[in-house]
Design a protein around this ligand. Sequence first.
Ligand code: NAD
Ligand code: DAU
Length: 361
Amino acid sequence: MNNTVLVTGGAGFIGSNFVLAWVNQGLGTVVNLDKLTYAGNLDNLVSLEHSAHHVFVHGDIGDQHLVAKLLDEHKPRAVINFAAESHVDRSIHGPEDFIQTNIVGTFHLLEAVRAYWGALNTADKASFRFLHVSTDEVYGSLGKDDPAFTETTPYAPNSPYSASKASSDHLVRSYHHTYGLPTLTTNCSNNYGPYHFPEKLIPLVIHNALAGKPLPVYGNGLQVRDWLYVEDHCAAIRRVLEAGKVGEVYNVGGWNEKTNIDIVRMLCRMLDAKQPRADGQSYANLITYVADRPGHDIRYAIDATKIATELGWKPAETFETGIEKTVNWYLAHQDWVNNITSGDYRNWIQTHYSERGEEMA
Ligand code: NAD
Ligand code: DAU
């Protein structure tokens, strides 16, 4: 088998970081299947425009015939599934797309992969991998003093998004146990870094601050997330692909728990230093408490001991180094942000935040 991998959702935030690293490190060719929803952005991959090692295909993971054709044509040694609807708030407004892509789409993808894998010769069959990229949200919400999620924490998803990801994880698990498909699943905590769509907390706060708009904090702002720099997540996925035990699950996290309000205040301090406001005021004066997210999970925290001890993966970035790179990237790539903050994005921001009692337009 050649050194080609099929990546799904490779025009989104984490997928595009993964594709860029894979091609730039000379690891082989990526066939990148992406539906280009509002979250998919080919601007992320413009540096690969002339690369012979990046083949972009516009399509849906739920299109089993298309996936079968791509597998047959490119004979990848692995499939890495990033494609998903990923935003919790959107899943609360409209769950259907989440069911279609995250559950039904993953099912069709698995069916196409099962047929392809079943027809491989014995050696290729043994080395093939299907890696499913999932989330810590499937484990539900932790209390303040609870131990962090391990790979054996029972699933307790609370949002339509996390329920759809949990379903897809179960499908992947079943394809290993029933059909022997060589699967791997990673459950990662909150990522941040370049190409993060500005509907999510960190890029939204940077974007709004620079535009002089309110910085919306849901509820009391004391919810906790465990942050990991996106390139560290991509490195963890490569490591699991290379050395993970077939059928196993690996939790990935940065040992970096922070409350939302601390994140927002830290971003304000960084922007005050790097790009002071014309009126001399702090960006923190823009912080605005808005209505809470329905069913808001209080705390996520990942115990990443298994991937550290069994596979030797650890994050390279601390939160301080990662957030510094991230803020610098956004300051240097305002064009990238401006290109996506139009159309569907503006409608979403308008509807979503006016419901929370804040006009953002
Ligand atoms: P994203 O929303 O930025 O990107 C998703 C990509 O998938 C987009 O390019 C979109 O066009 C594509 N896509 C959507 N539906 C598709 C379909 N039916 N067929 C093909 N492509 C489709 O998401 P992200 O933040 O990059 O997350 C990627 C994966 O990682 C998701 O599975 C998500 O659940 C998981 N994850 C994300 C985080 C995080 O903090 N962002 C953390 C842990 C796990
Ligand atoms: O934990 C992994 C998950 O992290 C991924 O599976 C999801 O795909 C990803 O979107 C992310 O989910 P969150 O809901 O944690 O991310 P989000 O950036 O939407 O919100 C982070 C926290 O900040 C959350 O507690 C809600 C809060 N928040 C978010 C927004 C957009 C605010 O207070 N204000 C906001 O405007």
